[in-house]
Each structure stands twice: as C-alpha cells, then as structure tokens.
Design a protein around this ligand. Structure first.
Ligand SMILES: [Zn+2]
Ligand SMILES: [Zn+2]
Length: 336
C-alpha cells in the first residue's frame, strides 16, 4: 500500500507500545461474519449469555432494580417530580456503584496490579488538559452531571410513553419468546446505533467541538466510559428511543439504560478481563475499543458488528493498520 501522506514505519514495535495486548492481529469476531459459522455463533451466544458475563450481570441488575428500586409504570402517567427524582437518584447510585467500584478495585486498590492492563500509564493528575486538573474527577463530573441527567430524561420519556400506551409494551407471560429475544437483540441494535453516531461524531467539526472531550482519555479508566460532552450524550443515548416503537417490558428499558450508562464503565476499565484466583472470570474491556482511543480514526464500532470491516476502518492491532489509520486521520483533518 503506497500512500503519499503515510508516515514512515513506526519506530516502536506494537508490543512496546502496550503493557498488555491480546494475540494480534485481532480476529474477525463479528456475529455477521459471512458465511455464517454455526460453531462460532454458538460459542458467541454461550460466552455472552450462558456464562458469567457483563450481559448476564446487567440483566440480573435490571431485574433487581425493576423489582426493588424503580417506581412502577403506573406512577409514570404524568410528569411528577417524585418518581422522576427517584429514577434520577437510582441512576446516579448505579453509576457511582459500578464505575466507582471498578475504579476502586482496579485503580485505587490495584486489585490485579497491571496484569491484563492495556496501557502502562496511571490516571493523569496535575495536567491542565483536565477539568479540576485531574482525569478521574473530570470524568466523574461529566458522567454524573450531563450523563446521569440525560440518561434519566430518556428513561423518563419512555416510561411515560409506556405508561400511557404510546409505546408498545409486553409482559413475560404475554410474550416470553420476544421477552428473551429482545434481550439478545438490544445490544446488537445499540452497537449498530453506536457505530453510526460515532462516525458522525468523528466528522472534524463535531470531533473538535464535541467528541474530543471523550477522546482526551487515551489511557482509559472506568469513569472515562460515560464521560462525554452533553451533545454526545444526547446522540449516544437516543438509542433508547427504540423502545417507542419496539414492544418492550420495563426490564428491557432498564437493561438498555444500564448497558449504555454503567455499562460504558465496564467497557472502559483499561483491563481486558477481571481475574479471580488467576483465572479470567469476566471480560471487562476490549483491545478493539482501546485501539480507537489510541489511534482515533479506526474501530468506531465494536467487535460484534461488521461495519468497521466492511467500510475499511478496522484496526486489527498490526503496525500496518496503525499506518493506514494515521494516514486516514491526516486526510480527514486536512479536509475539515
Ligand atoms: Zn470510548
Ligand atoms: Zn471516537
């Protein structure tokens, strides 16, 4: 590949740029890989839905929160302060517990040291790039103000629509097959939505004024995931509007809320897996998105979706991909 603006070959081999990286190049793990391979799909399904996984934890948490914490749909027929404040307080609490808990374990207590940590660096302090001159405080600020407020606003809007019959609803008894299918499909929908919103955010004008706030995090931690500019929160969380047309149970809505909010903390821990007694027990981050934070104009989606591969923006972790990505970035920003 000869590109006139391509920088010279990298001085550093890939392995010296990272504290840890998985086997490279990254394999194609899209669920839409063609031709379909039943064994690969069965493995994907089992890994996400039959073992301890982020998704199972989030579904469990959604059921518990619906049952014990969130106000019932009947109370959502009008926009009253009481139930809306309750939803906001629960969302704030969930964010603090999940992102704060992961931050405490990995970065304060250093529960597994640097094992499986992608970046060598610690969270930044004393740098004016960050509000409050502190990366973690800056990330907490954006997550807990605009993030939690907008997460709550979208949830409140959908709950109100469900309570008044403006959005289609189901019960487990009325449609058990769809109840389960929707849980499997929601992350796939959300990944599709995220890819396109994310590409839009990388248009140079929006990148400069909006998305660069999230991208100051090259070395990410749990609080980085949901740390976004308010305009990015608005676009990113609009994924929840699917419930206005898709028949849902409140558990689906809550799962989706947890997936987008606290879930973003789980995908940005900076570590690949949680180790329990030296065994990988829970996948908590992907090198795929870590590469996006390091090289910007690649891997806009996630591993489950084929878009990056189809549109030529897939970075497989190789030096060749890094060169291509840097050239693409130069071209995009020269035009912008
Ligand atoms: Zn990110
Ligand atoms: Zn980005």
């Amino acid at each position: 590949m000869t590109d006139p603006v391509a920088p010279p070959p990298l001085a550093e081999p890939m392995s010296r740029e990272w504290n840890y990286h998985p086997d490279l190049p990254l394999a194609d793990s899209s669920v839409f890989r063609w031709p379909p391979e039943p064994r690969f799909l069965a493995h994907w399904f089992a890994r996400n839905w039959l073992m301890l996984s982020e998704r199972m934890l989030m579904v469990g948490l959604a059921v518990l929160c619906w049952w014990l914490l969130y106000p019932p749909l009947e109370s959502a027929q009008g926009f009253a302060v009481g139930w809306i404040a309750q939803v906001w307080a629960i969302n704030l609490g969930l964010m603090v517990v999940v992102a704060g808990g992961l931050h405490w374990y990995f970065h304060t207590r250093k529960g597994q040291g640097k094992t499986l940590k992608f970046d060598r660096r610690e969270m930044a302090k004393g740098n004016r790039l960050w509000d409050f001159a502190d990366q973690v405080h800056d990330n907490m600020f954006w997550s807990l103000t605009s993030g939690v407020a907008q997460l709550t606003a979208f949830q409140v809007l959908v709950m109100w629509a469900m309570a008044n019959g403006y959005a289609p609803t189901i019960t487990l008894a009325s449609n058990p097959v769809w109840f389960v299918a929707a849980l499997v499909l929601l992350p796939i929908w959300s990944a599709f939505h995220f890819y396109w919103v994310h590409r839009l955010l990388h248009v140079p004008f929006l990148y400069r004024h909006v998305h660069s706030l999230h991208h100051r995090n090259v070395n990410v931690g749990p609080w980085s995931g949901f740390s976004m500019h308010p305009v990015e929160h608005l676009l990113y969380l609009s994924s929840l509007l699917i419930h206005l047309i898709m028949a849902s149970h409140p558990v689906h809505l809550i799962f989706h809320v947890i997936y987008l909010g606290p879930g973003a903390a789980m995908t940005h821990t900076g570590y690949e897996d949680l180790l329990i007694r030296d065994k990988r027990r829970l996948a908590l981050g992907t090198f795929y998105h870590q590469l996006h934070h390091r090289y910007y104009e690649c891997n806009y989606g996630n591993q489950e979706m084929p878009w990056d591969r189809w549109f030529g923006t897939f970075h497989d972790g190789s030096e060749e991909s890094t060169r291509e990505t840097r050239a693409r970035k130069k071209r995009m920003h020269a035009r912008g």
